[in-house]
Design a protein around this ligand. Structure first.
Ligand SMILES: [Zn+2]
Length: 494
């Protein structure tokens, strides 16, 4: 069977060229994709959820087309300096000091929180989720190689990347379209205490101050790696010196991704990534989200409704649907009215999907289902345009209602295509969960428990109390409580 990707060339907006380009994988049928993951020193921000969701959809669609995708998304559990400057304290170490706990406790707590939130939003897990602390040796090796090439220097136990030296043969600023001359003019040292030759140089290795808890031995000092380095180390290790897609939030373009390019070029002599993808930011009520002004919501508060910016709770699928109604390269404005409208739309979509089973087929179709299906693929092939795809799904809602009113007709074959295509795009690609599918599961559970209640009654009637108690106790152990009352036995699920 021909894989779907052969007939579905994807155009990706490449931040490097500033143009949409046809995705041509390095190895046919395979895609290597790296996305910068979270720094686990606080609860995951809704803006980050939006970024990761954009790449979850990219991952899902590439898989649907039959690509074998290796998707690497790291966990930054060391080395992320304050304000992205090269001075200051590691964010994780700072949080640990403030809360008087081990840095690895901070990492553990917020990694669990991150996974919980992503699971609630129905994210697919990445193929590999490596940590910065698990790849210190690889990072040290890259520093050695950059030093050998004369593109870094050591000062007082710290190692810095020499941007000016690098810029003599390569181009620093290639991704963010900045030039080094402007950077020199616009960069001011905050405190003059820096060991750096030039302010635009960045740390590859920092010597740890005596009070710094997270530290590793290296040829230069006991210290810790600079933040930019981990992504170069982990992407190279798991995807190779050159791979297909690198993604992240827009805010990472400079300096983080620019530094990743420079490090990899310096180390390997060629560009690491063919397609750079950047997801735009999320704002709330038209303004930047900020805890201090109250214009702020934690992802979890969407599900509980416990936040003054929303009037009720929303399901994860509704929130997901809402976010995917904006293209990943557009700014997403998170509002209560937007969520309410999405909830209505989502329910209408689900109602239509659930009524597909009641549609009667005819000899011929009066609706061109294949052309509609093609349009769904074209939307996703055009830089993963989820809002256009969703508009096509609503066209299908219109057909389904016309079919129910029998003002249009559909053949059996076309009805199958319609059903399958709706399932593919709603569930597999957009990652939405059908609410009524969940209630079907609870119907099935009720059926199974009712059966066990009847078997227990039979056991009691036969005076087999060992068996009847066993049924009750094992159900209890599985979180299902039986209550015997005068009208029979009922159950509740904990
Ligand atoms: Zn990164």
């Amino acid at each position: 069977m021909t894989p779907l990707y052969q007939n579905n060339p994807i155009k990706i907006y490449n931040s490097l060229s500033g143009e949409k380009e046809i995705l041509k994988p390095i190895n046919e049928g395979h895609i290597g994709m790296y996305v910068c993951g979270p720094t686990v020193y606080s609860n995951v921000h809704l803006g980050n959820v939006r970024t990761f969701m954009s790449f979850d959809v990219v991952f899902r669609y590439l898989k649907h087309l039959g690509y074998k995708v290796r998707f690497v998304r790291n966990i930054t559990d060391a080395g992320h300096l304050e304000n992205d400057a090269d001075q200051g304290e590691d964010r994780i170490a700072k949080k640990a000091r403030l809360e008087q706990i081990e840095p690895m406790e901070v990492v553990q707590r917020y990694t669990v929180d991150f996974h919980n939130i992503l699971n609630k939003f129905n994210f697919l897990p990445p193929s590999i989720e490596p940590t910065a602390t698990g790849h210190i040796i690889e990072q040290i090796e890259i520093i050695k190689s950059i030093l050998e090439k004369g593109l870094a220097y050591v000062v007082n136990g710290s190692v810095y990347f020499d941007v000016l030296e690098y810029n003599k043969t390569k181009k620093y600023g290639i991704l963010s379209k900045r030039n080094v001359e402007d950077l020199i003019h616009n960069t001011r040292e905050l405190d003059g205490q820096s060991d750096k030759k030039n302010p635009q140089d960045f740390a590859l290795w920092k010597k740890a101050e005596p009070q710094h808890i997270m530290r590793w031995p290296s040829p230069w000092s006991d210290g810790f790696p600079g933040w930019h380095l981990e992504c170069t180390a982990m992407s190279t290790k798991y995807l190779g010196e050159q791979f297909d897609i690198h993604g992240g939030g827009m805010d990472l373009k400079f300096p983080h991704h620019e530094c990743e390019i420079a490090q990899a070029e310096a180390c390997n002599g060629h560009a690491p990534v063919n397609y750079w993808m950047h997801a735009n930011m999320l704002i709330m009520n038209g303004k930047k989200m900020a805890k201090s002004t109250g214009n702020y919501i934690l992802p979890n508060e969407i599900f509980t409704g416990d936040n003054k910016n929303i009037t009720k709770s929303f399901s994860a699928s509704v929130a997901r649907f809402f976010m995917l109604q904006a293209h990943y390269r557009s700014i997403l404005d998170f509002t209560n009215s937007g969520l309410l409208a999405s909830e209505k739309g989502f329910n209408r979509l689900m109602e239509a999907v659930n009524s597909l089973k009641d549609i009667k087929t005819d000899q011929n179709s009066t609706i061109n289902i294949k052309s509609w299906q093609q349009k769904c693929y074209e939307a996703m092939n055009d830089d993963f345009n989820t809002p256009i795809l969703i508009a096509h799904l609503f066209d299908a809602v219109k057909f389904i209602n016309q079919l129910k009113e029998t003002t249009e007709s559909i053949s059996n074959e076309d009805l199958n295509i319609l059903q399958q295509t709706m399932h593919i795009f709603i569930n597999d690609v957009l990652g939405l969960e059908n609410v009524s599918e969940a209630s079907n599961d609870s119907d099935k559970l009720s059926g199974a428990v009712e059966l066990l209640i009847r078997l227990r009654q039979e056991a009691r009637a036969n005076k087999d109390f060992a068996l009847s108690d066993k049924i009750r106790d094992e159900l209890a152990a599985a979180g299902i409580q039986l209550q015997d009352g005068k009208d029979g036995t009922t159950f509740s699920v904990n």
